[in-house]
Write a protein that binds this ligand. Sequence first.
Ligand code: F6R
Length: 613
Amino acid sequence: MCGIVGAFSRRGAVLDGMVEGLRVLEYRGYDSCGVAVADGERIEIRRKVGRLSELEKLLADGALAGARIGVGHTRWATHGAPSDENAHPHSDGSGRLALVHNGIIENYLELRRELEAEGRKFSSETDTEVLSHLVGRELARGAKLVDAVRTSLARVHGYYAIAVMSTGAGGGLVAARQGPPLVVGVTPDAAYLGSDVLALLPHTRDVVYLEDGDVVELSPGHYTVTDLAGKPLERKPRRIDWNAEQASKGGYPHFMLKEIHEQPDVLARTAFDRILSDSGDVSFEHGDWSDERLRALDRVQVIACGTALHAGQVARYLIEQFARIPVDIDYASEFRYRDPVLAGRTLALAVSQSGETADTLAALRLARQLGATTAAICNVMGSTVVRESESTILTHAGPEIGVASTKAFVAQVVAAFLLAVRLGRARGTLSVEQGRELLDELRRLRPRMEALLAPATIERTAAIARAHVDAKGFFFLGRGVNFPIALEGALKLKEISYVHAEGYAAGEMKHGPIALISKGMPIVVVNAPGAVADKVRSNLHEVKARGGHVISVGSDAASHELADETIEVPATIEALSAVLNVIPLQLFAYHHALARGCDIDKPRNLAKSVTVE
Ligand code: F6R
């Protein structure tokens, strides 16, 4: 999704820092980029379709290097194809205004006709340019920038994060939010804006999260937040415990590989200091996780998208098993439009890495309107999902930059495991002893994850992935907690390797998809000893009998004996096997994509944080 940066400095130049900020936001996905800066009255805009390196070529002459105020943007096309003309920043043709935007202006056609009728000339196909003309019109009428922005936004339907700069009397740097995230950071000599705290970390760790309806005016060392009517609002900075180092590759060739390797630490950070060994229980920090509250629940409704949805599916198995509460799960994008019925006392549980996914947020809001208690499993403190949920379990995965989610998924599954234990203990379906055994086993996962990440183990997985580099398609099969792991393994491969891969519940194969199996087709079967292991083995026989080439992943020795190739995973209890089994599947996708020469950290067509519908 689009990324915004902005800076206003008393003394220092801002351009290089803004370009670095855009580089940090690259992971969100983009197809063009641009900057606008002013050093005096005239605003200079440079923008380019393609990667940031193309924009840097335009800036290489150093002509803009001294500017002290600017805005920048990475664009992920919605209205209008990726092109130099459609790239942001946009202007109104006056040379004294520049605007960047993330989101969609729904009534832009109507506004464009109105502005064109007044003689205003448009130079792009974007909805954004309408906003720059609206603001420009107000400035031409003598308004201060902040007032011009407020008046213009009152005309707009849709959702947006914008940053606008103008020169001349009453000019400066103003931003506003209605939907997509925007954060502000201020130092004694400067003020910064970003779509993501990662872009601010080189400058400050004290950040202000804007809320929907906020308008902020920035100047070096200061920020003032008001609502759309101009009423002052208090927005205090929060201290972020991430650092700029965490947002670098740390010597790995790709963020995805670095993040896969971080997973043993992510487990420890997300779980270990929440474990109460004496009572076989768990404590959470944010919100009301009391026995009384949890005993009152009749059901849980999980809402999420993509990889987070797969973590939610694991949560369903765990919560139903440990706490005996019915759990429903739905794609957030379906839940929000299917006029859902939430019977009884429901806990709506949003699972999200970013906490800004538009569909997840809308589904969460709808669940609250329908009377549900709300909770989130989320990785970003201060994100909208966290702020709008009554209770939160923060996953401490640290910043996830690789577009294909890995460590955030493991953290979500671990958080779901902790929640299932907490619910089981609160509702008396788990004894102290049972809770303790489960949590002890969780602790024991760390060295097992490390074993999976040992160089020799990785190389075996990589060799299998490379051996199938020309395969036309894959199946990933699993049952129970390993069914969502099969889905996740297939999703990872699709995302970064662009190969067709189907994740399926192993028992469903014979109801249709088995017809797709032809001789030599690679079938990844995920299995762990437990309630459904022998059923999975029967399914494995079925695909083998049709000529499938079986790659067995997991700790079920009997499955390995039947398979053509094996990826051995250390043993654990069935409920936790998902946490271990996903790691070789992440590595499989990574090495398959590497062998195919794909752009692993920036897969085509994908955005990291999907803040539009
Ligand atoms: C897949 C992936 C996406 C996200 C999905 C939800 O690797 O990253 O499927 O899981 O877009 O995003 P969050 O978790 O930020 O709500």
